[in-house]
Design a binder for this molecule. Sequence first.
Ligand SMILES: Nc1nc2c(ncn2[C@@H]2O[C@H](COP(=O)(O)OP(=O)(O)OP(=O)(O)O)[C@@H](O)[C@H]2O)c(=O)[nH]1
Ligand SMILES: [Mg+2]
Length: 336
Amino acid sequence: MRIKSYFSATVEAAVSKARQELGDDALLLNARPSPDDALHLGAYEVVFGIETPVVPPPAPPAARAERPAAPPPASLPDPATDDADSLAGFLARQDISPALIQAIETSLDDDTVTEQQLIRALSRRLNVNSSLNGPIAFVGPPGSGKTTLLVKLAIRESADQAVTVVCADSQRIAAAEQLRRLCLIAGLTFEYAGEPETLAPIVDAHHAAGRLVLIDLPGFGPSELGPARAWQAALAKISSLTPVLTLTATARTADLRVMVGHYRMFKPQRLAFTHLDETGVWGGVYSAAGETGWPVGWLTTGQSIPEDVEDASVRRIVDGLMGLAGKARAAAAAAG
Ligand SMILES: Nc1nc2c(ncn2[C@@H]2O[C@H](COP(=O)(O)OP(=O)(O)OP(=O)(O)O)[C@@H](O)[C@H]2O)c(=O)[nH]1
Ligand SMILES: [Mg+2]
């Protein structure tokens, strides 16, 4: 949604100016006396939102710690040509954390590791859980794809159970309004918790009515510890809550570890990874999941709502890690 302000001597005149330019579909978000520095433009300001494609706005550039470019999927170590370091080298090329590389090497304890042994060793450190029971809150860094994931799941799940989307946000009126519009279009029940103390009663009421409740929170930057604490305290009052830490798969393993540290205060019980369409390196996903032990719930692979989301599976993550998905595609393309 694009936001635009109009100023005039009266609210009515400002609204009519906006309607002339934007048409009847534009949404009135706010009307207020003009701030001091805009008084020369008119005594009143009205703020309108104009619908753009039905996806949330792009993340601010600083919000993600991305790799410069996604390297192609790493190939499996070839015992015939690689030296004794090849396993560690292969795992390091996938950006698996040094601690996990060491643990995996130790567990294999053999210089001649077969592909199946490696797959088993990698798989042992992963858990997955995509169940959608009880209230679920999506937490994570700004722009990590929380709202997009929530909407994808809400739409997909609404075929099987009643879903309520709760927007927990005391500041970003436009973001809340955009989510409300999305829910309206998708036929989902929408609730807005504008203050932390309103959140638990809203969630508990919808949960008690037998509905799946999905809670959208804003991302909190490093300087927003105050609001983050307030919302964390609000989440702590919700019974049977599952907080899902939503992270971008394009971030480096070391950066993901820092984000996990920041968001531990929300007591995440699961992980979700987004932007998998933008990287061939799965070491961040693997290391965050392997080091925390938190089950991975979902993987997202694009902006399309609701299509670009899949339930996580150990097989999918390990295949991604070993480049098997790419290999299988290449083999299929060559065959047909
Ligand atoms: N390519 C790609 N883009 C994605 C994916 N998931 C989300 N996006 C895009 O990333 C941007 C940010 O997504 P949001 O869902 O708004 O992120 P957010 O975490 O809710 O952002 P804040 O609420 O501002 O913290 C949007 O442009 C999304 O369309 C994905 O899996 N792949
Ligand atoms: Mg959001």
